[in-house]
Every structure is written in structure tokens, then in C-alpha cells.
Design a protein around this ligand. Structure first.
Ligand code: RP5
Length: 165
């Protein structure tokens, strides 16, 4: 992203091994021309940096944070605990429990600190980005029009689907 444009969406993940999934969020943000940043922030391996990221998010202009993690996926919840910027959590598939652990640990936030939780894996990452875009579009008519056009294209693709005869 152009370094002079301040990011409005932050994408963070617990490990570079999460990139295979989280790149799908970044790809959607890029498609829509959303100023964003992406980086590894591990809740348990770099807690001080995680706190600093969350604490500075709002004053740096972030309007949504997409946080992906696998296993005991506390990253989205801990970031949400330290900022009022909306956090969109993406459960990353894990080695042993296929991401069911990630899903439950992200979605089961105690009352008071919300994390909007998405599907496990690629669909969740892409949809988290689409939700961030929908949030930004509430105050940006041009972006709203692009989101409407994206939906119309998807509809047309489905209408044009043919099954083998
Ligand atoms: C979590 O542990 C990460 O989000 C990742 O999904 C998982 C495994 O991390 P690595 O061992 O691949 O670095 O913190």
C-alpha cells in the first residue's frame, strides 16, 4: 500500500503460517482499494507489541481490525479488550482440531468485549474484509456503490451457472 496513505483497516495474524488464510482478507481489501496494513502480531509471543498495536489503533486512524489466529486463538479477543475499534476475528485452521478450537476460542467471548467472528479459513478471511468494507461504506457512498456492484456481479455469475446435461 502507498506509504503516504494512512491505513484504515489493520490485518493482524498470530503467525506467518496464518498468511495462507489471511491473504484472502488482504486480497479483498486490495480489490476495493482500501488503505490497509498487514503484519504478524502474536498474543502470547509478543504481548507487549500486541497491546501497543491495540492501544494506538484508534488514534492511528484504524476503523476496523481483522485478526486471524489458530488454536487457542486469543489474539482477536485480547486486541478487542484494548481498543474500541471493531475487531473482526478469523479462525485459522489448526493442525490437530482443524480450526474448531480457533473458532470456539474466538466466538465465545464473554459479555462486554465483542469480537465479530467469521467462518473458519479462507471464506472467513474474505468475509471479514467484506464486512470491514461494509462498515466503511456506511460513510462513503462511492465505496457503497462498489460494494453493490460486487454483489451484482456475484449474482450474475450465479445466474449464469450451467450444470452438465
Ligand atoms: C497461533 O498459533 C497462530 O495464529 C497460528 O495459527 C498457530 C501456529 O503458529 P506457528 O507455530 O505456525 O507459528 O498463534
Amino acid at each position: 500500500m502507498n506509504a503516504t496513505v494512512k491505513p484504515v483497516v489493520g490485518v493482524v495474524m498470530g503467525s506467518s503460517s496464518d498468511w495462507d488464510v489471511m491473504q484472502h482478507a488482504v486480497a479483498v481489501l486490495k480489490d476495493f482499494g482500501i488503505a490497509h496494513e498487514a503484519q504478524v502480531i502474536s498474543a502470547h509471543r509478543m504481548p507487549d507489541q500486541m497491546f501497543a498495536y491495540a492501544e494506538s489503533a484508534r488514534e492511528r486512524g484504524l476503523r476496523a481490525i481483522i485478526a486471524g489466529a489458530g488454536g487457542a486463538a486469543h489474539l482477536p479477543g485480547m486486541i478487542a479488550a484494548k481498543t474500541i475499534v471493531p475487531v473482526l476475528g478469523v479462525p485459522v485452521p489448526s493442525k490437530y482440531l482443524r480450526g474448531e478450537d480457533s473458532l470456539l476460542s474466538i466466538v465465545q467471548m464473554p459479555k462486554g468485549i465483542p469480537v465479530a467472528t467469521y467462518a473458519i479459513g479462507e471464506a472467513g478471511a474474505a468475509n471479514a474484509a467484506l464486512s470491514a468494507i461494509a462498515m466503511l461504506a456506511t460513510t462513503d457512498d462511492a465505496l457503497a456503490a462498489r460494494l453493490e456492484a460486487f454483489r451484482k456481479t456475484q449474482t450474475q455469475v450465479a445466474l449464469d451457472m450451467k450444470l452438465p446435461t
